[in-house]
Design a protein around this ligand. Sequence first.
Ligand SMILES: Nc1ncnc2c1ncn2[C@@H]1O[C@H](COP(=O)(O)OP(=O)(O)O)[C@@H](O)[C@H]1O
Ligand SMILES: [Mg+2]
Length: 396
Amino acid sequence: MEKAMLFFGAGFYQIPAIKLIKKNYPYKLIVLTGVDNDPGIKLADLGVLVDILDPSAVEEKVKSLNVEPIAAITVCTDWPLVSIGRINDLYGLRGISEETALKSSNKLLMKNAFQKFDVAASKFNVVKNYESLIDRLNEFNFPFFLKTPKGGGSKGVIKINNADELDKMKSVFDLNKNTEALVEEALVGVEFGAQAVVVDGSLKYCFLHNDTVTDPPIQVPIGHSLPLEFMSDSLASDVDSSLERAIKSLGIENAVCNCDLIYDPDLNQIKVIEIAPRVGATGLTEIIDMSYGINLYELAIKIVMNEKLEEVDVDSEVTPSAILTIRSDRDGVFRNISFPDEEGVTFSVKPEVGERVKVFKTGQDILGFVCCTGDSFKDAEKKLIEYHKKVQLDLE
Ligand SMILES: Nc1ncnc2c1ncn2[C@@H]1O[C@H](COP(=O)(O)OP(=O)(O)O)[C@@H](O)[C@H]1O
Ligand SMILES: [Mg+2]
């Protein structure tokens, strides 16, 4: 049977990884997606339309293809993780198992796993439904984060500041048919991220980055920069040991993981918010490449293909860099976007001419991103903020 590499998702964020596989590997490249006009489909040897959120549908489809899967992977999205885990288990492939994927895609299972393995993380409670939350409201300290187990990507995760915000609380239960939700202690501090490289269950190294998120109640990442602002040797080792526990708690074996963390400078303490066993989105790969000359997509693919990884000194001096997403302040139909010429700034655009675009609210609405290097990460960030103001978006 013909050997095939399976790639899940074929949107804007997946295209660079799809191109990389096509360029670097001689195997049949099959792209699976639930969106029939996804731009990445035409880059593959075969495009398969299937609901990638449904592991049984994916299993059936893959079995019907009469190929020998040798890898199953995605980048920048959590949606297909459980299906990928199913395929990995079925064909004995390297990567994440279905159990790991289930824990990683469900905030309640993840918090339980974190607790069991003593991962430094926020305290939490579980409420049965909206009525039970209201009954128990005096048990909880404000502010708190209210989350549906399957929430994410700005849906079903909201910060509640006081007991009057009933509509906001209700809105979370409207998303999960008024079933279980998490009430999480709101951590204070500076949010940051890590791209953790895990091989055979061990943390090999991680790239730490500054994150820019929008203001509450719904916090959406809109940019990143390198190197991390406040790192010290002792904190770096705290991050490593916390992530090692988190990785063990979810049973992650082979993957590049996108990790959300928070640092409290008053307590000099870090906590893990969540971890997903796939490369992070919003331009992270692009800036890590600018700063370290390492391509995370390539790394993630090499890991599942069981290839030798080159050694990386993540503590070395690096070129500072930043990425900022391009966002629209109104709805419309995309006609054109023009970028001023500026040395060292690169950009990438998501919508095609004629596509409907929306005023920025969630990660789905971003129109692309701009990246650059600078004398410091702050300098790079500043450059991009100024640059973003000069980007001309032409909507109908
Ligand atoms: N317990 C918490 N304390 C402080 N901030 C939080 C907490 N939980 C979530 N957040 C904020 O909300 C964002 C989204 O929450 P997260 O659980 O990571 O969901 P998502 O799946 O949408 O990324 C986080 O990146 C962070 O900014
Ligand atoms: Mg997150």
